[in-house]
Design a protein around this ligand. Structure first.
Ligand SMILES: Cc1cc2nc3c(=O)[nH]c(=O)nc-3n(C[C@H](O)[C@H](O)[C@H](O)COP(=O)(O)O)c2cc1C
Length: 187
């Protein structure tokens, strides 16, 4: 199963980096698959550690894709790393081995510590819409605009019916990116 999470890493100078990543989780075994080039990949190879944040504030996902990466963090407990303050839970992981690939290496990690911070309070369709829209934006220059627009129209249905303030804010950031991209394409 793939879970959409926020992965936080840091380089040897202690500079933290935050990125949405779909992780494969099977018990304590976790696989992270960053596309090259990737700061997450570089940091993991350097520090051999990462934090998986299970976060339902979709502004962090949309924020990372729209240049808003400055989310409050605190120190991890068992490894040298950073935890998102708004996360519902987090797992601290250590890199075990790498299956290298020129496009998308597989980083096999093991969970060393998990902490629950707040309860999961239920699924929300608008959160799904924001995550899917964020993925579309991460592929903006690889997908035809007609496909992006038709998928956004569909995702907007769940958003309009169920969004709260955070989801609406995240959605607006993502739509601004699409609008700018279209405006630049017609210049
Ligand atoms: C929900 C979601 C899941 C994503 N999963 C991945 C992933 O598994 N691997 C990846 O390379 N990028 C993924 N992305 C895109 C990255 O977050 C984005 O391109 C980021 O900048 C990765 O590069 P970095 O490590 O240099 O930050 C995902 C984006 C979203 C919104």
């Amino acid at each position: 199963m793939i879970k959409e999470t926020i992965v936080t890493t840091q380089n040897n100078s202690g500079l933290a980096h935050i990125a949405p990543m779909g992780i494969h989780a099977n018990g304590d075994a976790i696989i992270i698959q960053p596309f090259r080039p990737s700061t997450t990949l570089n940091n993991l190879l350097e520090s051999k550690t990462a934090v998986i944040n299970y976060c339902d504030d979709v502004r962090v996902f949309a924020g990372c894709l729209t240049g808003r990466r400055d989310w409050p963090m605190t120190s991890a407990e068992k490894i040298n790393g950073q935890v998102l303050q708004c996360t519902l839970a987090h797992t601290e992981v250590e890199l075990v081995r790498i299956e290298d690939d020129s496009t998308r290496p597989k980083l096999f990690c093991k969970a060393v510590h998990t902490v629950n911070h707040a309860p999961f309070t239920g699924f929300n369709r608008a959160q799904y819409s924001v995550l899917e829209a964020a993925i579309l934006i991460s592929r903006l220059n690889r997908l035809p605009m007609e496909k992006i627009e038709s998928e956004i129209d569909y995702l907007r249905i769940g958003l309009d019916k169920t969004a709260g303030d955070k989801e609406l804010e995240a959605w607006a950031w993502l739509m601004a990116i699409i609008d700018n991209y279209k405006a630049e394409a017609t210049l």
